[in-house]
Design a protein around this ligand. Structure first.
Ligand SMILES: [Zn+2]
Length: 348
């Protein structure tokens, strides 16, 4: 019998629906969740992340499949279990401390409206269980899933554990039980409630297909690589501060490279090695162009990561990041004239 959260053994499938997940949708879930649960953050600071999916139903021979066309990160858990006012018996100290703010509800409404204008709608929700088992918790998750199924009978709930993807293991339900080794696992499962009118009813797993990869092995390899990039370059709340620091240091480095070239050429002309100036200037210019190309890859990463921001963050963070990246673009656009200036000083 099912009681509380220990229901996974009694799962039955009553639907033939398959959920189709494009690569970008999957990567958005991975990135948004790893952002707040990764090796750069102490484990006690790992936060649950939550968002929604929009999409449409596609007729198939057995009935309907669900095609998810977009994934929207909405919020990360700001519940602090160490707060002195928090009662230790509060289940949120252990799991599912997320609470939606008015702003989050506004995001839901705006996203739903946008979807509607494309002939689509909100088709479910997703959230992370960082470092703990993938399932629907008895107190929060099932209630939330039911509210989605009430609006849309075929709505789904996806639960992702970044640690499951990174380590390819499923943690046991109870402490002391064995850890299960996984293979080619994307780190999540998709669930629905059996009875959309009863929050105490069972949940069951729904089949899915992730598009855009050659096979499961490649999918996990790419997703794990994304998790590393996110850990290094998109971790935590104030990502624009990381980018500001990064771009400033790149600009400084570029300026000191240019200064270094000039000093080098001065030395050559002083020590009677002017015949080498041309050769040295071209090799140094190549080095500088290499540095710019490396930075360009990072800048492209930053732009890509902007797709993984929470909906409410976009109007605040996007203009800041644009401003930061414009500093770099400006610097690079002056490079040729700076190099010409240096060359002229040494009569080229
Ligand atoms: Zn949960």
């Amino acid at each position: 019998m099912c009681n509380g959260i220990n229901c996974s053994n009694t799962i039955v499938k009553i639907q033939t629906m398959t959920v189709i997940i494009p690569k970008e949708v999957y990567f958005t879930v991975v990135a948004a969740c790893v952002r707040f649960a990764n090796r750069k953050r102490p484990k006690e600071d790992w936060k649950e992340v939550s968002g929604i999916f929009t999409g449409k139903f596609i007729e198939n021979e057995n009935g309907k499949d669900l095609y998810i066309s977009a994934c929207y990160p909405i919020m990360h858990d700001t519940f602090d279990p160490n707060d002195a006012n928090v009662d230790e018996s509060d289940p949120r100290t252990v799991i599912d401390g997320y609470e939606y703010s008015d702003e989050d509800h506004e995001s839901f409404a705006l996203i739903d409206e946008e979807a509607f204008s494309r002939g689509e709608f909100t088709v479910g929700w997703w959230h992370s269980h960082p470092g703990f088992k993938v399932m629907l918790s008895g107190f929060g998750d099932r209630k939330t899933t039911i509210s989605y199924q009430a609006h849309n009978p075929l709505a789904i709930a996806l639960v992702f554990n970044p640690d499951r993807l990174v380590r390819q293991i499923e943690l046991p339900q109870k402490a002391g039980d064995p850890v299960r080794q996984l293979r080619d696992d994307p780190g999540f499962k998709i669930f629905r409630m059996e009875d959309p009118n009863d929050r105490y009813s069972n949940f069951y797993e729904v089949e899915y297909k992730i598009e855009g990869f050659e096979d499961g092995e490649q999918r996990v390899r790419y997703a794990q690589k994304l998790a590393i990039d996110i850990t290094n370059f998109f971790s935590g709340e104030n990502v624009f501060e990381i980018y500001n620091k990064f771009i400033d240091s790149r600009i400084n480095e570029l300026n000191s490279l240019l200064q270094g070239v000039e000093e080098y050429l001065h030395t050559l002309s002083r020590t009677g090695e002017s015949h080498r100036i041309h050769e040295v200037l071209s090799s140094q210019t190549r080095e500088i162009r290499k540095f710019i190309a490396e930075t360009f890859i990072k800048v492209e990463n930053i732009k890509e990561f902007m797709n993984y921001l929470e909906y409410k963050e976009r109007p605040i963070i996007l203009p800041k990041v644009d401003e930061i990246l414009a500093k770099w673009d400006n610097t690079v656009s002056q490079l040729n004239s700076k190099l010409t200036e240096i060359a002229k000083k040494f009569a080229f």
